[in-house]
Write a protein that binds this ligand. Structure first.
Ligand code: ADP
Ligand code: MG
Length: 138
């Protein structure tokens, strides 16, 4: 059993596809262990994406992530980290496989609808960044 952090980004909330995105995770066997909807501050987004602080898109990415509400979730299941990444699709929607969330909903490489942890280490950091022990069910 593994846990991973998933975010429905501001563009996904704006596109009104929260239910559709969650449904894809559930239909593909991932369970929701925690969930909340919040609006991040610019500082919250900067701290979350601290690994990207030297990248040219850091300022724009953290503006985007703090412009409107996001849905934060902990997904749970066997190989949840890799399976979530498969369900999401490639970072750039132009390269995302058919049937993935990013292929179907993302507008651009930046506004790509969902986030998913990329390793056990980042999942541990990211889950702890947003959730405390009382919010993690099961
Ligand atoms: P992923 O979310 O697929 O793990 P990265 O960790 O490489 O991708 O990047 C984090 C986020 O930064 C992406 O999901 C996307 O929102 C944004 N991003 C990545 N590359 C670019 C880029 N070249 N231009 C603008 N935004 C980008
Ligand atoms: Mg990443």
């Amino acid at each position: 059993m593994e846990r991973t952090l998933s975010i429905i980004k501001p563009d996904g909330v704006e596109k009104n596809v929260i239910g559709e995105v969650i449904s894809r995770f559930e239909k593909q066997g991932l369970r929701i262990a925690a969930l909340k909807m919040v609006k991040l501050t610019k500082k919250d987004a900067e701290g979350f994406y601290i690994v990207h602080k030297e990248r040219p898109f850091y300022g724009s990415l953290t503006d985007f992530m703090s412009r409107g509400p996001v849905v934060l979730m902990v997904l749970e299941g066997e190989n949840a980290i890799a399976r979530n990444r498969e369900i999401m699709g490639a970072t750039n929607p132009a390269q995302a496989a058919e049937g993935t969330i990013r292929k179907d909903f993302a507008s651009s490489i930046e506004e790509n609808t969902v986030h998913g942890s990329d390793s056990p280490e980042s999942a541990a950091f990211e889950i702890g960044y947003f959730f405390n022990a009382f919010e993690l069910c099961g």
